[in-house]
Design a protein around this ligand. Structure first.
Ligand code: SF4
Ligand code: SF4
Length: 105
């Protein structure tokens, strides 16, 4: 089990209050607002943490660059993917690669 899988397992045993507190902490660490791909629409909708919650909901449709590789949460969560605002959450991307037998670039 790698770091991300362990984190997903830990989440299942956390209380709702613990989860809420963790999400607030992680939102403050998310680098997306400093990424050129991030839009005013996403900011106004308070979209963050795409690696956990999944794609942007109709606010981001053009990828410029992705700052996820330099985000402090990438090593903390053990993320292997990026471009989560357009490609979906880490969990979803891992599932798709497993399904199609492809490798995460
Ligand atoms: S890895 Fe990317 S999507 Fe996840 S918190 Fe960091 S900047 Fe945001
Ligand atoms: S997920 Fe990556 S590409 Fe999308 S806004 Fe965040 S840092 Fe930029």
């Amino acid at each position: 089990m790698d770091k991300f899988e362990q984190m997903m397992k830990d989440v299942k045993s956390a209380s709702p209050a613990e989860l809420k507190a963790d999400m607030e902490k992680y939102k403050g660490m998310c680098t997306c607002p400093r990424c050129p791909t991030y839009t005013t629409c996403a900011k106004n909708a308070q979209e963050l943490l795409f690696c956990l919650v999944g794609k942007s909901f109709m606010c981001i449709s053009e990828q410029k660059i992705c700052k996820c590789p330099t985000c402090p949460l990438t090593p903390e969560f053990g993320l292997k993917s990026n471009s989560f605002c357009m490609k979906g959450a880490e969990k979803a991307q891992r599932y798709e690669h497993a399904l199609w037998g492809t490798k995460i670039p």
